[in-house]
Design a protein around this ligand. Structure first.
Ligand code: TPP
Length: 688
């Protein structure tokens, strides 16, 4: 049946096996162009799954592009959300959306998010990106169909590395036990994941036996032989009533079709540049067949509109204070995550240190622990994509005197495994270092599922947990040095992915649990030299107008805000770098509130991880009783993230220095009007 008019039942388009091969090849070509235009994404896995995507969307699944929510449609769940472009191309080639729109992949406000979001694009069934959840959703959808006595089928596409997630096996057990014969699992068995071969990272084989023992029918095919793909999918569909779910284990090649990408782990999260795109298209035999120039022009035009919109909503000041926009106040930028790796490299000789790999090791730099140090290899233990088990395993290692360290995207390091952190680690008060990497919206084009904006609520809320959010690469290294070897107990360090301004150096104090005061002294050639930083306990009140309290990469933004406030408005700002969120430096907060009576917090997180503890410190202080304190908070306002370039997202989510400064001016207006002083004219926030 496949693509049909859901009202009349008329088949709108039907593809032969040979036609499907051709369509899959074209989809590969569009995929390479879209990834190239996006400048980020996943080439390897999108190419390995493309034949299956073509067969499903163009022939096997019943659906109606003009009625995407037709209740009788088959459901296709992409548990492996990073292969979103293949899903989008399946939809586009089936007629759900224009093919050229796939060039808007990973752009701000785009329906074509880095990981699929069903609320943004008709035809996408569910939002995914956190691996291992799709099969459970598919179980739920299959159960609903059974309850409603509906005949449609539920397909669920997974990766083989993804099979390491325990949740997959909970769902597999449920589907087998419940005899969900309307459920068809598909495993893109390309044998690679991020850190290397699946068999080396954490072997999942034999998958045939595993699924069979869970009560599934198992079919193994060559996932690039279109005849086999179509037959397996159609047979599985026809088998309704057989009392068993079916899994199709599709043997595939990561990067299929492009020789220099095939079987190379490095192409997992990499995209072709223009030269590689042309080479790839040539190898696919698609020279001149993909409208590359048109796709790029479409992407550029869309991007120009995004930039216009963003610019219009940015607060405006007398000068352009953006990073490195002026001839002076130059800043160097490096990713904070590098500081984590530097510390592990430097401190890893301690025989108690054991680093656990969760298949994202290079990107979060935990691999620096063993890079070039074969003698440490026995203390590098890869546990695969299994955050929950790894968390409890870390507790076990700590129980026996080891110093375990693990990390991944902060969403998966602090949310997916929250109960394990709570019970296995914190309740037992074990000495485990957890790295929440890629915190905040500045993660960029991967989108909402990969942007941790709630992790600090959870981590700060756990008894016994200690939480540090360093402001730059240097402070990340110092914080890791301290947490790894000196601090005993559960500890969470959160850092960013993007290159952020370096605003501290070797001499800058870093004392766990103690805030630093940062003051703008003058404009300088280099941003870092324009400021003086002291331990707050050594600082004497200078009668500043307001305080900005920040943590993480919001500290540099707060510093830039102080520059704007001084030069556009004449306001003096005390900045508190509150790198340790737990235990909180309550004394520093109370002194700042007493001295300046205007407190503004800035966090790259849902508002509250920093703002509420600061507010709580102020309201609980007997010293401040009866003293009016004016407060404001900058942070993400109770919304999920979005795809987009890191610095675009800083603007869109209103966590830039410009937003801090605008809020600071607002607070100063309140402060002055209360004291009867004339309020400075607020000459900001207008469109260009
Ligand atoms: C819960 C979770 N942990 C980690 C990641 C980061 N991640 C994205 S893709 C990937 C590897 C997936 O490997 P596999 O399932 O084999 O996919 P393929 O190699 O086919 O792309 C990882 C670890 C994630 N998205 N979700």
């Amino acid at each position: 049946m496949s693509i049909q008019n859901s009202t009349t039942g008329e088949v709108l388009r039907s593809y032969s096996v040979d036609e499907l091969k051709h369509q899959a090849n074209l989809m590969r070509g569009y995929n390479l162009a879209a990834l190239c235009a996006a400048t980020s994404g996943h080439a390897g896995g999108t190419l390995s799954i493309m034949d299956i995507a073509a067969a499903l969307y163009l022939r096997v699944a019943d659906h109606d592009p003009r009625n995407p929510n037709w209740p009788g449609r088959d459901r296709i769940i992409w548990s492996t959300g990073h292969k979103a472009p293949s899903l989008y191309l399946g939809l586009a080639f089936a007629g759900f959306c224009p093919k050229e729109d796939v060039a808007l992949l990973r752009k701000l406000y785009s329906p074509y998010q880095g990981h699929p979001h069903w609320l943004k694009l008709p035809g996408v069934e569910v939002s995914t990106g956190s691996l291992g959840q799709g099969l459970s959703i598919a179980v739920g959808i299959a159960l609903a169909a059974r309850l409603d006595k509906k005949n449609h089928k539920v397909f669920c596409i997974m990766g083989d590395g993804e099979q390491q997630e325990g949740q997959i096996w909970e769902a597999a057990m449920e589907a087998g036990h419940l005899k969900l014969d309307n459920l068809i699992g598909i495993v893109d068995r390309n044998r690679l994941q991020i850190d290397g071969w699946v068999k080396d990272v954490m072997n999942v084989e034999p998958l045939e036996e595993k699924y069979r023992s869970f009560g599934w029918d198992v079919v193994t095919i060559n996932g690039h032989d279109m005849k086999q793909v179509v037959e397996a999918l159609e047979n599985a569909k026809a088998k309704a009533g057989a009392g068993k779910p079916t899994v199709i284990l599709a043997d595939t090649v990561k990067g299929k079709g492009v020789s220099f990408m095939e079987d190379i782990a490095g192409w997992h999260g990499k995209v072709p540049n223009l030269e590689e795109l042309n080479k790839g298209l040539k190898e696919l035999g698609l020279e001149g067949q993909i409208p590359v120039d048109q796709l790029f022009a479409h992407a550029r035009q869309y991007q120009a509109e995004v930039e216009r919109k963003l610019d219009a909503k940015m607060p405006k000041f007398h000068r352009n204070y953006w990073w490195n926009a002026a001839d002076n106040m130059k800043v160097q930028m490096k990713p904070t995550r590098l500081g984590f790796g530097q510390s592990l490299a430097a401190n890893g000789d301690d025989p108690r240190v054991v680093c656990l790999g969760l298949d994202i090791s290079g990107s979060i730099t935990i691999s620096e622990f063993y890079a070039g140090k074969p003698e440490r290899k026995s203390r590098w233990i890869s546990l695969g994509i299994a955050e929950q088990s790894a968390t409890s395993a870390a507790a076990g290692l700590a129980k026996e005197g080891k110093l375990p360290v693990f990390g991944t995207y902060a969403t998966f390091a602090a949310a997916r495994n929250l109960d394990q952190i709570r019970t296995s680690i914190c309740y037992g008060n074990f000495n485990v270092l957890i790295a929440g990497a890629h915190g905040g919206v500045s993660v960029g084009p991967d989108g909402a599922t990969h942007q941790a904006l709630e992790d600090l609520f959870a981590m700060c809320g756990l008894p016994n947990m200690n939480v540090v959010v360093p402001c730059d690469i240097v402070e990340t290294r110092k914080a890791t040095d301290y947490l790894l070897l000196k601090h005993v107990g559960p500890k969470y360090i959160r850092f960013a992915r993007e290159a952020t301004p370096i605003v501290t150096d070797e001499k800058t104090p870093f004392v766990f649990g103690k805030a630093n005061v940062i003051r703008l002294r003058q404009e300088s050639a280099n941003f870092i030299e324009a400021f003086e930083t002291k331990l707050e306990s050594k600082y004497r009140d200078e009668g500043e107008d307001l305080t900005i309290i920040a943590c993480g990469p919001m500290v540099p933004e707060a510093m830039r805000a102080a520059w704007i406030l001084k030069h556009d408005f004449g306001y003096e700002t005390r900045i508190l770098n509150l790198h340790t969120l737990k235990p909180l430096d309550t004394a520093a907060i109370v002194r700042a509130a007493r001295d300046t009576s205007a407190i503004l917090t800035a966090e790259e997180h849902q508002i509250g991880a920093l703002a509420w503890p600061v507010a709580s410190a102020i309201t609980q202080s007997p010293e401040l009783c009866g003293i009016p304190i004016i407060t404001g908070a900058i942070g993400v306002k109770d919304r999920f993230g979005d795809s987009g370039a890191p610095w675009e997202l800083i603007k869109e989510f209103e966590v830039s220095a410009e937003h801090i400064a605008a809020k600071g001016v607002e607070l100063m207006g309140v402060k002055k009007s209360r004291s009867g002083e004339p309020v400075a004219e607020v000459h900001l926030i207008s469109s260009k």
